[in-house]
Design a protein around this ligand. Structure first.
Ligand code: FES
Length: 105
């Protein structure tokens, strides 16, 4: 699986991830800036906010209610394509394009 992270300045980092990991874990393990993930993936911080490229939205799991609620507490306001990256698991064939917000806190 591959995740292409674009930061708020437009710098792109293409990361080879492992199936089963979340997008958040993939970022943290590879030193991708722009994801803070204060709570370590337990859906209680909203500092792992990403914007998902529109044509990648279909391959994602549907949002649970808790994620939806947490997305109202992000540092940069949510958009229609906002997700919390700790809730996005990579599959073998995942190829995902995400943008990280200007700040997470
Ligand atoms: Fe805290 Fe995703 S890492 S909500």
């Amino acid at each position: 699986p591959t995740v292409h992270f674009t930061d708020a300045e437009g710098v792109v980092r293409d990361i080879e991830g492992n199936a089963g990991d979340s997008v958040m874990e993939t970022a943290v393990r590879n030193g991708v800036p722009g994801i803070v993930a204060e709570c370590g993936g337990s859906l209680s911080c909203a500092t792992c906010h990403v914007f998902v490229r529109d044509d990648c939205l279909d391959q994602l799991p549907e949002m649970e209610e808790m994620e939806d609620e947490m997305l109202y507490g992000t540092a940069v306001d949510r958009e229609d394509n906002s997700r919390l990256s700790c809730q996005l698991r990579l599959a073998e064939d995942t190829e995902l394009f995400v943008t990280t917000p200007e700040t997470q806190v």
